[in-house]
Design a protein around this ligand. Structure first.
Ligand SMILES: C[S@@+](CC[C@H](N)C(=O)[O-])C[C@H]1O[C@@H](n2cnc3c(N)ncnc32)[C@H](O)[C@@H]1O
Length: 291
């Protein structure tokens, strides 16, 4: 593993500070500026969680129309970078205004369709912790819109199979009588994923207010790319997607406008390669308190 090189670049009006490793590129830069010089078709998986325009500390809240316009430009550039057999996974929740809920997947769906992308799944990410609402039900899920560029696309089911509920169940009649009736490699995980979100007691928690659980990105990396492919997160935060890519021998690309997050992303990346990064393993059962 080569060490990362850090090169300060004095370009006026830009936050640019190039940071490159042979297995990762993570830069403090606005995503449109980061993407422009990259080659068309170079990214097999683009996986991200954009700001939801709800006034988190890393975003300036704007009118919903202005937010959608910005997303339109970023999505267009992502589609240009997407490999012909590649996937885009846009993970979103709700924009909120005066107590009213605006589901971002519904709002953004057509921006992808306008580029001819095809929706393969709308994955529901279900989790247990979050704000307790007083005037509506507390939000306990978000979604991942998984689009492909074409009809031929990488999809590896075996690495993301989960244990069968009844692994020893056998055919009880017919020509296969006595043989196992379910796939011994496990079952398709389905499109509802129960994965703990990263709150204060999560092993992966950093200062970032809403980072991805690495296991969530691992599932997408394993199923939608092959070893050696490129994975890109245009809103990378503390680099969870880039670490997930590195864990499975893919090359990660990412950018974020907050230098502190980029620094933490590099720390996590190096910590992973040093064997010191603690992550929640994929498919660990959810903790159920006993009564
Ligand atoms: C929802 S968070 C993503 C967190 C990330 N998934 C992780 O695991 O850490 C959105 C991120 O987008 C970054 N961001 C906002 N506007 C950006 C822009 N124009 N270019 C790049 N990053 C941006 C924010 O600083 C924030 O860290």
């Amino acid at each position: 593993m080569s060490n990362s090189t850090t090169k300060a670049k004095d370009s006026p009006g830009s936050l640019e500070r190039l940071q490159v490793d042979k297995d990762a590129v993570m830069v403090c830069q606005d995503n449109l500026s980061f993407m422009r010089p990259l080659s068309a078709g170079s990214m097999k998986l683009i996986v991200t969680s954009p700001p939801y325009n709800i006034g988190k500390k890393y975003e300036r809240r704007s009118k919903l129309e202005a937010y959608i316009q910005k997303q339109t430009r970023v999505i267009a550039e992502c589609v240009r970078l997407l490999h012909p057999e590649g996937s885009i996974c846009w993970q979103v929740g709700n924009h909120l205004s005066r107590g009213e809920v605006f589901p971002l997947d519904i709002i953004l769906y057509h921006l992808f369709k306008d580029h001819g992308l095809k929706l393969r799944n709308r994955i529901v990410w279900q989790f247990e912790h979050g704000l307790h609402c007083k005037k509506r039900l507390s939000g306990r899920h978000e979604t991942i819109l998984w689009f492909t560029k074409g009809d031929t696309y990488t999809f590896n089911l075996d690495p993301i199979r989960i244990p069968q509920k009844y692994p020893n169940k056998k055919h009880y009649k017919g020509p296969k009588i006595g043989q196992l009736s379910s796939n011994p490699l496990g079952k398709n995980p389905g499109d509802v994923w129960t994965i703990p979100n990263v709150k204060h007691n999560h092993i992966e928690k950093t200062v970032h207010p809403c980072q991805f659980p690495i296991e969530l990105v691992e599932r997408l990396v394993l199923s939608l790319t092959n070893t050696g492919d490129n994975v890109f997160d245009p809103y990378m935060g503390v680099g969870s997607a880039i670490v997930a890519a590195a864990m499975h021998e893919r090359k990660g690309y990412g950018c974020d406008t907050v230098q502190e997050y980029v620094d933490i992303a590099w720390e996590r990346f190096h910590s992973f390669h040093a064997g010191a990064l603690r992550t929640r393993p994929m498919n660990r059962p959810i903790y159920e308190p006993r009564n």
